[in-house]
Design a protein. Structure first.
Length: 240
């Protein structure tokens, strides 16, 4: 672990994930912070997401701008992405219903036979019902931090009990900025278990745990999960 001091900004370097705090806000604006040095990794992570005064006033507007331009980040791939190839090689994309959420031009979806959906490039087949496996590759990085929570919540809503969503984020984005292509990019750190970490990406694991039985069947006495039995009577599916 090493520390750096600059007159007008602070840099925090953690060897474990090679991440540097450069004294910029989430919009890319520089924050004057003379002599500032984070004392812990947690503090540095919090500081990374600190909004400048402009962001505090215009956060929703910036989020809308990032959302509107996010489709420009989609890449025409001749081969599937590296994270998708690794997941498939480990057998982690297997399931009855599988979705590529934010599929872009669809290379991963075509290669691994996933249901494609993208609000711009593949809007004709919106996700319906629940899925056993969901892939969301390089989506969170192009969204404003205000849309990070809604994205995770949407993936959780689409997961079947026991299902899993693989959320892939880039590691080579050091600070929030607007690219030459007019897209927004920002570093993303999720409070989820990591399945794989490389120099270029991190794969986070979001699981929909099987719900605990919470209703006793009035017929056989067995416990079952709310919503899986008779819609109005406390009767499990086996006794219906």
């Amino acid at each position: 672990m090493s520390w750096y001091r600059n007159a007008g900004s602070a840099r925090y370097h953690l060897a474990r994930d090679d991440w540097t705090r450069t004294g910029r806000a989430v919009c890319g604006a520089r924050i004057p912070r003379p002599g500032y040095v984070a004392s812990t990794a947690e503090e540095a992570t919090t500081a990374r997401s600190e909004p400048c005064k402009h962001c505090a006033r215009k956060g929703p507007a910036l989020a809308e701008r990032a959302r509107a331009s996010s489709h420009l980040a989609a890449i025409h791939r001749r081969a599937p992405s590296a994270p998708a190839r690794w997941l498939a090689g480990q057998g982690l994309l297997e399931g009855d219903r599988r979705l590529d959420h934010g599929c872009g031009h669809g290379a991963d979806a075509r290669t691994f036979d996933l249901d494609p959906w993208d609000p711009h490039w593949a809007p004709e087949s919106p996700p319906e019902g629940t899925y056993d496996v969901i892939l969301s590759a390089y989506v969170a990085n192009v969204l404003h931090e205000l849309d990070e929570g809604p994205l995770v919540n949407e993936l959780r809503r689409l997961l079947a009990p026991g299902g899993v969503a693989w959320i892939v984020v880039r590691r080579d984005v050091r600070e929030a900025h607007w690219t030459s292509r007019g897209t927004y990019q920002r570093p993303v750190v999720l409070d989820l278990p990591e399945r794989r970490r490389t120099s270029g990406y991190v794969i986070y694991e979001l699981r929909q745990e099987d719900p605990e039985p919470d209703v006793e069947c009035s017929s056989c006495g067995k416990m079952f999960v709310s919503g899986t039995g008779h819609p109005s009577l406390a009767i499990c599916g086996g006794c219906r």
